[in-house]
Structure formats: structure tokens, C-alpha cells
Design a protein around this ligand. Structure first.
Ligand SMILES: C[S@@+](CC[C@H](N)C(=O)[O-])C[C@H]1O[C@@H](n2cnc3c(N)ncnc32)[C@H](O)[C@@H]1O
Length: 971
């Protein structure tokens, strides 16, 4: 059975997708990723585009239909005419040259109307995607409807459900729902499941409901229109404020006011945060002081407002206090990445000794500074233990639970902080515990209010599928609990003070919880970072924007053995041991369970997050045995692929995000630990997929970094690779290495052409080209080596890359002789000088001359040396209509020169040059490849940029009136 090719299997407007994915990273308010922390979420822009392009047919599937549309046909015919003219000229040149015994490039395949009509239609779909991926359009029904209509058209009005069996933070299911698809999400991790419920399931049950809180009802009665779940958002804001004020009443005295100095008016105000320094006992038997571990004394590094703490030692009592200074010498730090020294006796303490001391004598904290908001910004003052009221907690066992001993995620246990309660001060536990108590108390109040507001008579709880008042109260509690968890990351002793910004930074700045030596204890009632009403308000900001229809479903399931209904699968599996999801999420689970355990008995059945079935290659779970850990992961993933094979609907491609790191190392450092190296297992992932019976026919690099900002490091590109897979037919053939190579040679050039025509960034081309290469490889049941053994993925990838180089080199055949000479010269010398003799020899091979190229204006030759002109040396007033010799090389560099000054100048040039300019894009791909290989980052970026700007410049050229001579006249 053959199925229609989908757009994603042919081309994607990758740059637009990647640009928006990168932009998303800086959105702080209302972005779904801020609902609840999850690690390594896929960008929404990428998920949205991938789902759309997986369901929409590639235009090559409907050429006959497209031809019936007279406007489309006309546009294609016009384009064909222009391309044909160029092709005819190249063919004539080639024939003439051959007749005179000169080698000249062939013109390539004749342009075809069907291909052009498909290309134009593809561009139309790309425009829809370009609009769709913008964050600002996330709730723009006009943009979304356009996309939904396209999906309906390609799916016969019956779009399939979408399923993500490793849903994590929920990016894929959420975007499926936004596109109007029935979204199904599952994960093994209860925290992830709850996040997905909160994103796609809960909202769809309460869509359009008015808020139930007394204030809103008094103000609005039953009037007002509450789109999506803006009603829930309103309730969250109201109850968030209530929780804050109630907490203030119950435990506000734990944060007594601080009296500001004379310069600040001597008023008493609530502090924002207390900064504490941890101490360990000095190992020197003659000293035994509690030595503070200070990596930095800075409190504020803000321009014009530098402040630091300076230690004051009491040698007799072996105690340390601090004074606050704004000038003078900065004291010497007492700890570094490698260890520490005692501030009293100067004893050097290695990292190992530090850990031993911490384990045997404990870690304490001493006051460093209290931060307040004064008349002119932050004020830093000294404080003592006496300024901190005692916080007696009657807290129960929910925090007395062990933190994982896998030091890559949590290093505090290395210093004796073994349980979660060790990550909080008594005061923090008291306050957080009080907040949880208030949230639970509120539930019955919300339920009563919902009854009064006329919710349907449905006594089922949310976990039982309810939609009535009881379920609504459960739903509000879920979001409030998320607000609590946001506050918890800021109200723990792993939160730090950022002197550069003068503010607190919560735990989990990255995918780990490193030990902190100087921590910031925020005042959660001061309206600053970690204020409970603020964290709940930020949850509300997300909730009010959630798409909410159609009904979404989120369940807890092991992807390696779960059963599900048939659906299109789009997913993002875990990657070996890159992220310890289960271990990390314990930190949040314990609070969620404390608040919601009774509401979701199935989800919170275990005291900590279930770990045994988690797909992770964690050596700590296998007594340090890496081989066993890897095998567990690979077997599990393989089973997951087997399950997917049974569920996935064969009419559509399956899409799989794979976190791909170019440099296969990642550093997870804390103040004291070393760098770790992890393998990405790229080949294993491919092997696993093929073994399960999938073929891979597309690979798209997804970036969250903008190419322009890659600066010197052009190799640091893809954040993940999207694999586009199909089910391989059971009767797939077996082939030989030779035939595999022949098939690559035959099929790669066209695939590459399609990608280049879609303006794929040169920086992404090599990785994207793996797709069509793997498509050839994985279409066979096996490719046999000459000795009869099956070829492995590593060899196949090497052959694909080799083939890609050949295809790109063959494209050189389309360039004129001067350009081919310049390419070969550039590869060796770049824009530096080379010997005249070498230039002459190369001229013989390429059938051109040095003087001709000097005349053409691309070369400079003097004193026995030859050099290619740099773009900045080219004439700013160059007029191609007056240039008799016009190599593509010259055109390309003039285009880049003009582009640097703005798109308009480049568009004028394209207008003048007509279709001849098109080849400049092809040359840029080739030049980029050379620069990448040679690590010439600046030039690489220039060529990359030309390709990326191509569509815009071309559009602009079309909008402008053609400047004389008319299009195509120059060629
Ligand atoms: C890479 S993350 C998914 C991230 C997600 N796409 C996002 O944007 O947030 C992989 C997920 O797989 C989950 N996982 C690990 N083992 C699993 C298993 N056996 N079954 C189901 N899910 C599992 C982890 O909990 C994690 O949420």
C-alpha cells in the first residue's frame, strides 16, 4: 500500500520555524512552558509546524488538481518560461562548447511545469506555516483556521487523533489541540501527566465558564463573556490573592520589618530576602572553626551601585559576621570549584575533605545580608540570627524523603543534605506548609461557590471525569498547586542571589540541582520573587491563553508496554541519561502529592515518582554498570518503538524529536563537581527505529539558536533533529552495498534540489540531507555488505555523507568556468594570496584565464601573486548591464555586499539579473560547505544569510518595478 507523501517528507520552511523557536525561549509571560517546570521542552513553534506538515499533503501529490486552477497554472507557466530560457541558453552553450572540443557544464534537467506548479503551491503552504509558528498568532483564530482548513482538506475532512507517548511538558499534545486535533498524551511520570491534564484535558471540561469567586460574581453577575478558560484564570487571580493575605495573617510575623538606615529615612519595611552563607567545620584539629564557604562577596554588581559584604572575624569565639561596603578592596573568596580554605587558620580543604567534613559534622548557615527595597532601589543591611524569628514546624513526613544519590541531578546529598526537608529552612517549611493548608481548605469553598454559580449536577471528581462543581474545585486546586510549586523553587535553600541583576534566581536554572554555598531566602509575602500570589498569577497568565478545545486526554502509561487506540504518533523520547526526569521531578511531586494526593489517588499512589520503568540509562540504578544501564534503555526504547508500530496510522508519517548534540559532551557542574560526558546515541536511536520496522525518510534539524548569533561556533547548531518515519512494508527487499550506493547517487540530487529550493539554511543542509539518504537505506529490510553481513547505520551514514559531498560537487557543473575556478581557488586560499603559477595551472584545468577573471572583476593579480577580491572591495556602483563578463561568483558576492546594506539593494540587483541570479543561491550552499569545513565562520555566516534572505529579497524584487534591462535580458 502506498500513501500520499506529506509536506514534511519533502520540504519545510525551516529557518522560519527555527527563528520562532528561538524567539519563544525569551517569552516569560503566559507561555505554556511557565505553567510548571519541565526539562528540555520542545518549542511550540516546532511542534506546531511539524504536526501541520505531517498531515498536509505535499503538493507533488495533487499536481493534476493544481493544474485545474487557472491562476496557479498561469503563474507556473510564467515561471517555466523564464527558467526555460535560461536552460535553453545553457544547453546551447554546452553544445557549442562541446563542438569546439571544450568542456562546459551541462544544463541539468529541463524544467517541468508540474514541478514548478508544485513548488509554487509548496510556497503557499510555507506561508501558512510562517504565520502559524509565530507566538503572537497562537490564539489568532484567522491564522489557525487557515491551517485547520488545510489539514481538513488533506485528511478528507476527518483528521486523525494525535498521540504523544512521552509527553513530558506537553508541547506536542498542546499544539495538536491548537490545530483542532484530538490530542492524546501519556507519560510514566505523574508530574508530567498532571501538566498535560492541566494543558489539554482540564480546560476542555470547563470551557466558557464564568469565574465562581465572590468578587467576580458581584461585579459581573452572570454576565460577561469568558472565552476559552479565562474564567478559571480569573478565579486563580482571586484565590491567589486570598492565599497570600491568609498566609500573611497566619505566618506573616516570621518576616519582621527591618529598620532602614538614616539615608533611607529610617522607616521600617518588610525585607525582600535574607542571604545566608553555609559553613562546614574546619578539618584542622587546632582550629575546628565553622568556616564559611564564600565564592563571592558581591551583593550588587549593578552599574553605579556596587555593594559587597566584608567578613568580620571574632577570633576568640571563632565566629564570622559581615559588614556591608560600597567601596574598598573586595575580600578574598574562601571557596572555589576545587575546594576551600579556612577563613581563620587558612587550612586548605580539598573538595573531597569538604564533603567528608560536611558529612561528619553537618552544614550550617550564617547570616550575610538582608535585602530591602529602599527609596532608590535595593538596600543591603547586615543581620543576625536574632533578627529571624523561630519557626516551629509541625510538618509531617511528606518532606522526610530521600533525594536521589545520582549526583548529576542533585549534589546536596554529597554534603549530607539527604532528604528534601534539608533543602528548606524551618521558616520556609512553615510558610510553605501553611500555604498548602490554605490551598486545601479553599477547595470546599471553591466547590460551594461553583455550586452557587450553577455548575452542572455532576458529583464526580475531576479524576473520575467530572465536569461539575466538585471537579471544578479539583481543577482550580491543580493550578493553585502549580503556583505553589513555582513558589517552592524560589523558597528553598537552592535559590541564589544574582548580584548582577540584584534579584533572586530560583532552583533549577538548568537540568540539575547543584549545591549552593550562598543561598537566598526570599520573603514569599513581599511581592518579589517567590511571592505566592505572583506565582499563581503567572499560572493564570498561561491558563487564560490555553486553546481548550477539542477535548484532550492525558494518562499515565509506560510507553514500552502501554496499549492505546490508533493515532498519528508525534513524540520526543528520553535520550539515554541526558535528563533524570524521575529523580528531578521528585522535588515537585512531593508537594503536589501533599496537596492533591487524595484527589488523584492513582497518580500519586507512590511516595515518590515511580522510577523502575523509567527509560533512562542511569548507571546508579544498575550498581554502576554502564553496559547494563545502556541495555535497559535500548531494550526499553525498542519496545516503545514496537508499541508505536502497532498504534501508528500508516497513512501518515510518524515524527520523532531527537535531542542531538553536535559536541557529544554536556557539562553538568555545580560549585564543586567535574564535567561529565554523555553519549547522545544518535545511531542507536536510528538502529532501534529500523529494527522496529520503521523507515526514516526525513531528518530536519531543529534549532533554538539563531544562526546569526552562532558567531564563531558555526558547528553548534542543532538542538534536536526531527526524524520523519514511515512504517516499512513487511515485504521490503534486501539489497547490496553497491546497489544502495547507486540508489543514493540517483535519488539524492533531486532531494537536495527540493531542499535548496525551499531555501533551507546551508548550515542545516548536511543534517537535513541525512533524511533522504536514510530513506534509501531504510527502505530495504537489509543492505548487505560484500561479506554478506548487514550494513550498520554508522556505515550507512558515512556513505550518505560521502554521496552528499559528491552531489554538491556535481552541482558545480552548473557554474561558469570562472566560478568553478574561483571555487577551487577559494577552497585552498580563501581570500588570501596564492602564487600566480598555481592560478595559471588551475586555469588550464577549468578552462579560463587569470586576465579574464581580472577583467571580470573577481580577481586581483600582481607581483606574482593572485587573490580573490573580497566583497568589500567590489564596486558599490556596479552595474551588471555594463559588465560583459558576469560569473556567478561575481553576482553572488555583489548580492552579499548589497544585502549587508539592506534587502532593497539586493532586490534591485535580482530584478536586473533575472533568473541568472538564482544560481547565486546554489553557489552559496557550496561556499558555505567549504567555509564550514575550513572553519571560516564569518564568511560562512554571510553565505548562510544570503540563502536565508532569499525569499524576502525575491519577493521584494517582484514588488519593485524591474529596472532596465528587463528580467532575463542579461542572460
Ligand atoms: C524528552 S521528554 C519529553 C519532553 C516533551 N516533548 C516536552 O516538550 O516537554 C521524555 C519524557 O519521557 C518520559 N518517560 C521516560 N520513561 C518513560 C516510559 N517508560 N514511559 C513513558 N514515558 C517515559 C519522561 O518522563 C519524559 O517526560
Amino acid at each position: 500500500m502506498t500513501y500520499k507523501k506529506k509536506l514534511i517528507e519533502v520540504a519545510l520552511p525551516l529557518e522560519a520555524i527555527n527563528r520562532e523557536a528561538a524567539r519563544e525561549k525569551s517569552i516569560r509571560h503566559g507561555h505554556p512552558s511557565t505553567l510548571h517546570l519541565w526539562w528540555a521542552r520542545r518549542p511550540l513553534a516546532a511542534c506546531r509546524a511539524v504536526l501541520f506538515a505531517s498531515l498536509v499533503d505535499d503538493p507533488s501529490e495533487c499536481v493534476a488538481e493544481l493544474m485545474k486552477d487557472s491562476a496557479k497554472r498561469k503563474a507556473a507557466e510564467k515561471e517555466l518560461k523564464a527558467r526555460k530560457q535560461l536552460w535553453d541558453e545553457q544547453t546551447a552553450l554546452h553544445t557549442k562548447a562541446q563542438a569546439s572540443g571544450i568542456s562546459a557544464p551541462a544544463a541539468g534537467p529541463e524544467p517541468k511545469l508540474e514541478e514548478i506548479v508544485a513548488e509554487i503551491e509548496r510556497e503557499r503552504l510555507f506561508e501558512i506555516i510562517r504565520d502559524l509558528v509565530k507566538w503572537d498568532n497562537s490564539n489568532d483564530e484567522r491564522v489557525l483556521d487557515k491551517a485547520r482548513a488545510e489539514i481538513l482538506r488533506s485528511t478528507g475532512g476527518n483528521p486523525p487523533p494525535v498521540y504523544d507517548p512521552f509527553c513530558g511538558g506537553g508541547s506536542i499534545p498542546l499544539e495538536a489541540q491548537r490545530l483542532g486535533l484530538e490530542a492524546h498524551a501519556s507519560d510514566l511520570n505523574p508530574v508530567a501527566v498532571l501538566i498535560n491534564k492541566a494543558l489539554i484535558d482540564i480546560p476542555s471540561r470547563f470551557i466558557g465558564k464564568s469565574p465562581v469567586n465572590a468578587e467576580a460574581r458581584k461585579k459581573l453577575g452572570s454576565s460577561g463573556s469568558w472565552v476559552r478558560v479565562t474564567g478559571i484564570a480569573n478565579d486563580l487571580l482571586y484565590y491567589g490573592e486570598y492565599i497570600r493575605s491568609e498566609t500573611e495573617k497566619r505566618v506573616g510575623k516570621l518576616y519582621p520589618p527591618v529598620r532602614l538606615p538614616k539615608s533611607e529615612g529610617q522607616i521600617s519595611i518588610s525585607p525582600l530576602a535574607y542571604l545566608w552563607v553555609r559553613t562546614v567545620e574546619c578539618p584542622n584539629p587546632a582550629c575546628r572553626a565553622r568556616m564559611p564557604l564564600i565564592r563571592s562577596y558581591w551583593l550588587s554588581k549593578r552599574e553605579g551601585k556596587t555593594v559587597f559584604a566584608s567578613p568580620v572575624l571574632d577570633a576568640s569565639r571563632k565566629s564570622v559576621s559581615f559588614v556591608i561596603k560600597t567601596s574598598g578592596d573586595l575580600p578574598k573568596e574562601t571557596s572555589s570549584r576545587n575546594g576551600a580554605h579556612c577563613i581563620f587558620c587558612s587550612q586548605v580543604v580539598t573538595k573531597q575533605m569538604l564533603r567528608e567534613q560536611a558529612l561528619s559534622h553537618g552544614v550550617d548557615s550564617i547570616p550575610m545580608a538582608v535585602v530591602c527595597e529602599g527609596k532608590n532601589g535595593r538596600v543591603y543591611l547586615p543581620f543576625t540570627n536574632d533578627d529571624v524569628p523561630e519557626a516551629k514546624t509541625s510538618f509531617s513526613d511528606y518532606l522526610a524523603l530521600p533525594i536521589t544519590n545520582d549526583r548529576r541531578w542533585f549534589s546536596p546529598p554529597l554534603y549530607g543534605l539527604h532528604e528534601f526537608r534539608d533543602l528548606f529552612t524551618d521558616r520556609q517549611i512553615k510558610v510553605l506548609d501553611t500555604i498548602c493548608e490554605i490551598v486545601r481548605e479553599l477547595k470546599s469553598e471553591v466547590e460551594t461557590a461553583a455550586r452557587q454559580a450553577g455548575f452542572p449536577a455532576d458529583e464526580r471528581a475531576l479524576a473520575e471525569g467530572g465536569i461539575g462543581a466538585k471537579a471544578y474545585a479539583d481543577a482550580v486546586t491543580v493550578y493553585l498547586a502549580f503556583g505553589v510549586n513555582k513558589a517552592v523553587t524560589r523558597n528553598c535553600t537552592l535559590a541564589i542571589w544574582e548580584p548582577g541583576m540584584g534579584r533572586l534566581a530560583g532552583a533549577f536554572g538548568r537540568q540539575a540541582m547543584p549545591m549552593t554555598w550562598l543561598y537566598a531566602e526570599t520573603n514569599p509575602l513581599a511581592g518579589a520573587g517567590g511571592d505566592i500570589s505572583g506565582t499563581i498569577a503567572s499560572v493564570a497568565e498561561v491558563v487564560e491563553k490555553l486553546p481548550s478545545i477539542p477535548q484532550g486526554h492525558a494518562t499515565q502509561k509506560n510507553a514500552a508496554n502501554g496499549q492505546s487506540a490508533r493515532a498519528v504518533i508525534s513524540t520526543d523520547p528520553p535520550y539515554y541519561d541526558n535528563i533524570g526526569y524521575a529523580d528531578l521531578s521528585d522535588f515537585f511531586y512531593i508537594w503536589l502529592r501533599h496537596i492533591l494526593g487524595k484527589d488523584f489517588p492513582d497518580l500519586f499512589g507512590t511516595v515518590l515518582v515511580p522510577k523502575n520503568e523509567e527509560l533512562i540509562a542511569a548507571t546508579t540504578r544498575f550498581g554502576g554498570d554502564k553496559v547494563k544501564a545502556d541495555k535497559f534503555f535500548e531494550d526499553g526504547l525498542s519496545h516503545a518503538f514496537d508499541s508505536m508500530k502497532n498504534i501508528h496510522m500508516a497513512e501518515y508519517p510518524l515524527s520523532l524529536f531527537y535531542a542531538f548534540k553536535q559536541a557529544e559532551t554536556e557539562e553538568v557542574k555545580d560549585d564543586t563537581s567535574d564535567a561529565e560526558t554523555f553519549s547522545t546515541g544518535w545511531e542507536t536511536m536510528l538502529e532501534g527505529l529500523l529494527k522496529a520496522g520503521f523507515s526514516v525518510d526525513g531528518t530536519w534539524p531543529m534549532r533554538t539558536e539563531l544562526v546569526g548569533s552562532l558567531k564563531k561556533d558555526i558547528s553548534a547548531l542543532a538542538s534536536s533533529i526531527l526524524l520523519v518515519c514511515r512504517l516499512r512494508p513487511d515485504n521490503a527487499a534486501v539489497t547490496s552495498r553497491r546497489d544502495f550506493q547507486a540508489a543514493l547517487k540517483k535519488e539524492l540530487p533531486d532531494a537536495l534540489r527540493a531542499m535548496q529550493k525551499s531555501n533551507i539554511a546551508p548550515v542545516d543542509l548536511a543534517q537535513a540531507a541525512i533524511g533522504p539518504g536514510m530513506a534509501v537505506f531504510s527502505r530495504y529490510a537489509r543492505v548487505l555488505e560484500t561479506d554478506g553481513s548487514p550494513m550498520n547505520v554508522r556505515t550507512a551514514l558515512a556513505l550518505i555523507n560521502q554521496s552528499l559531498d559528491e552531489v554538491l560537487a556535481e552541482q558545480e557543473g552548473e557554474f561558469d568556468a570562472d566560478t568553478r575556478w574561483a571555487l577551487a581557488w577559494f577552497d585552498q586560499y580563501g581570500f588570501t594570496e596564492g602564487p600566480y603559477g598555481a592560478a595559471e595551472t588551475l586555469c588550464t584545468a577549468k578552462n579560463t584565464s587569470v586576465s579574464g577573471m581580472v577583467e571580470a572583476g573577481i580577481l586581483i593579480a600582481k607581483a606574482g601573486k593572485v587573490r580573490l577580491l573580497k566583497k568589500e572591495e567590489l564596486s558599490a556602483t556596479w552595474d551588471p548591464s555594463k559588465d560583459k563578463r558576469l560569473p556567478i561568483w561575481e553576482i553572488t558576492h555583489h548580492l552579499i555586499r548589497r544585502l549587508e546594506k539592506g534587502e532593497s539593494g539586493a532586490a534591485d540587483l535580482i530584478g536586473q539579473l533575472g533568473v541568472k541570479a538564482q544560481v547565486a543561491r546554489d553557489l552559496s550552499y557550496r561556499l558555505y560547505t567549504i567555509c564550514e569545513r575550513r572553519k571560516w565562520a564569518t564568511d560562512a555566516i554571510a553565505y548562510n544569510t544570503l540563502v536565508l534572505s532569499w525569499s524576502d529579497v525575491q519577493r521584494l524584487a517582484a514588488e519593485k518595478k524591474p529596472t532596465a534591462p528587463a528580467q532575463g535580458e542579461l542572460i
